[in-house]
Design a protein around this ligand. Sequence first.
Ligand SMILES: Nc1nc2c(c(=O)[nH]1)N[C@H]1C(S)=C(S)[C@@H](COP(=O)(O)OP(=O)(O)OC[C@H]3O[C@@H](n4cnc5c(=O)[nH]c(N)nc54)[C@H](O)[C@@H]3O)O[C@H]1N2
Ligand SMILES: Nc1nc2c(c(=O)[nH]1)N[C@H]1C(S)=C(S)[C@@H](COP(=O)(O)OP(=O)(O)OC[C@H]3O[C@@H](n4cnc5c(=O)[nH]c(N)nc54)[C@H](O)[C@@H]3O)O[C@H]1N2
Ligand code: SF4
Ligand SMILES: [Mo]
Length: 756
Amino acid sequence: MSLAEDPSTTSRITLPKVKLPELLQRRDGSMTRELLLKPGQHGLGMTHDSMVADTTTTATCGYCSTGCGLRLHLRDGEAVGLTPETQYPVNLGMACPKGWEALRVLDSDERATTPLLRDANGKMQPIEWEAAFTTFVDKMRGVQEKHGQDSVAFLSTGQIPSEEMAFLGALARFGMGIRHGDGNTRQCMATAVTAYKESFGFDAPPFTYDDFEQSDCLIFIGANPCIGHPIMWERVLRNPNTPEIIVIDPRRTETAMAATQHLQVKPKHDLAILYAITKLLIDNGYVDRQFVEGHTNGFEELCEHVSQFDVDTVAHAAGVSVGSLEQVAHTIGTRKAVSLWWTMGVNQSYEGTRTAQAMINIALITGNIGRPGTGANSITGQCNAMGSRLWSGTTNLLGHHSFASEQDRQKVADVLGFDSECIPTTSSWRYDRIIEGVRNGEIKALWVIATNPAHSWIDQADVKELFGKLDFLVVQDMYDTTETAEHADLIFPTAGWGEKEGTFINSERRYGLLKKVRRAPGQALSDFQILRGIAHYWGVGEQFAEWTDPEAVFRIMQRASRGQPCDITGIDGYAHIDRCGGIQWPWTEADAAATGSSEPPQQRRLFEDGRFFYDDGKAKLIVDDITPMPEPPTQKYPVTLLTGRGTVSQWHTQTRTKQSPVLGMLYPQEAYVEINPVDADEWEIVHGDTVTIESRRGKIEANACVTATVRRGQAFIPMHYAETNQLTLSHFDPHSGQPSYKDCAVRITPKAPQSK
Ligand SMILES: Nc1nc2c(c(=O)[nH]1)N[C@H]1C(S)=C(S)[C@@H](COP(=O)(O)OP(=O)(O)OC[C@H]3O[C@@H](n4cnc5c(=O)[nH]c(N)nc54)[C@H](O)[C@@H]3O)O[C@H]1N2
Ligand SMILES: Nc1nc2c(c(=O)[nH]1)N[C@H]1C(S)=C(S)[C@@H](COP(=O)(O)OP(=O)(O)OC[C@H]3O[C@@H](n4cnc5c(=O)[nH]c(N)nc54)[C@H](O)[C@@H]3O)O[C@H]1N2
Ligand code: SF4
Ligand SMILES: [Mo]
């Protein structure tokens, strides 16, 4: 039976009918801002009246975690163009092509403009919001009643504002009794979170972007900022210290080409390499003994552990020279301000957490932390991955509290004005466990918000079958054409970046403002408004009565942050963030009072006093054994497949970037695979040929790109093509649960007889 025909979709609603405008009313009767937007008016929340006369305003970019400031040019209150903001402390007047094209992708035929429900013939049909909400509530409740509380889950994102994340987590888990929900940030940042938590006692990336310019040695491991974070890379290029730039990456990436030292290691040899470098640092007396004694625990264990790593053996296995490792150790030991940076080449690994911690260890034992130009620095991915870490309420209770702690639950319940009984005592299932639940029938209804798992999740040759197992799939997205939307029973059309307000937190812990400078198309609502609607129809509107608009939620978040390392009680609302060009956490009431300044210093790094977040103030040096590669190359599958970002102009599953004709001209439209020239010769493949790539799980086609950027026995396919994850292997870091996307064994063959 189709959902539209199913009487249960309408019969269970007992609430009085409420029209949407009323849903968006505050308790005092005034309307939330979003409804105040009328044709000809801008929708800016924060500097309200003054903005009416202005012709420009600034907002934070909504793609990557760099968090550039964009100046939006307004006509009759609506943005008609943009330029990178010269005064914003992040990007200093620069932007990458995605940022420049941020408005263009909002105007597209693929935008979801009305709620859609699958009918008896399997066709998606437009419905009114009221029917969409009632269907959602009836179906979700129905599944919960029939199959138990564990049978409904949600998958969210690092790409909606912090306020929407906090609302989603609180509503789903404390209001609707949904036990399990995780974010796509599991695919991205979970490793860094776990590594920092264990090493520092809190998930705390210590750096500020000024460190890119202050450092005299920058080490990038598994990071390709030229493509993934181009404006951070621009900051590196401004560095006046002629810095040594060391890149550790199996590929000769754009970043590696610009480096002064490139260690082209074999995939997944990073942990051994880092231990060998640590041993060299210790053996050569490059350790900052005073810092180690005063500020760390575990140095003896570290020395003992790394002493097992014979430098010759490690170098040989990793495919690099002993001299290159010695040179890295010498550089670290002799430079004054060494910074270590990592991204997905580390996080997306089955031993990622320990690898990240091996980098943290190096920073700690050489005293390269808490000073300008130093740090063990995880670069985040999505615009608000950092917001998800603090506010999504999935792995951690709001504000990075612990679900397991009664004291924390009570504190957060008091802040929210909720009964502490409604707060679960455990974290949610992790993403991989939720997918496993779908696969084995434990999860029957899934709500997907601002992510496209049918493209981005690992190992999904069976994606159609997988989503087919669900009784009910809801997709909440800006576009109704995504690979996941294809499987949906119900689609909620949403506003996107530029069409709503809230805050994003960038990689250097900076809260930046997102502003409403465009009207969402058709019936699309912001995720915030949709959550308000759901709260009402679920019957918990009163519980969330204070959650009227994003800034009201920001105030709640401030209260929840009190006393935490991420305390933001000193921020005086959105206008303050706007005025200052963003504000980094922490900024406490005490900080504000002590400085007497309404503008916090713009470049703040953590641990300047050498105190970490454990009770004794010391950081932990953590070591572990090396894990063998789960799927090493074999005779049948002789190639290690690497995946990652392809070009600056492509964003993830391309739902957004493919909407811009300009961006479209800047990258290959079809999937391609980078193959080493010697391998290509041997396999009789010529540049441009269509080839078949096969793993134990799937088989795809792509165009051969013959290039020496990959070594023999390795290949690279960008993640932007839906085919890529049909090949990847389900395996995860055991500590963080992050998928190891960048290593599986494949075989590559020419598709047809040679065209030569
Ligand atoms: N243009 C663009 N920019 C983006 C994104 C995008 O989609 N497009 N996405 C954003 C997001 S969410 C993220 S998470 C970041 C990701 O940013 P990055 O992590 O910089 O990008 P990736 O290409 O995924 O991976 C980085 C590098 O890891 C290397 N690598 C693979 N295996 C190994 C290994 O075993 N060891 C080492 N040392 N390196 C390895 C790859 O060769 C690759 O060059 O980019 C963000 N920025
Ligand atoms: N093989 C391989 N796979 C990978 C990776 C890899 O390196 N290799 N990288 C992984 C990483 S690091 C990441 S972060 C993931 C990314 O994977 P996804 O999160 O699946 O990728 P996106 O294309 O960014 O999907 C975001 C969706 O949200 C929608 N959207 C944008 N803004 C809004 C909004 O405001 N509200 C709503 N409701 N929707 C919105 C977009 O239209 C899009 O459909 O991919 C992972 N997958
Ligand atoms: S670097 Fe990132 S934040 Fe800056 S303009 Fe490009 S996508 Fe936006
Ligand atoms: Mo990511």
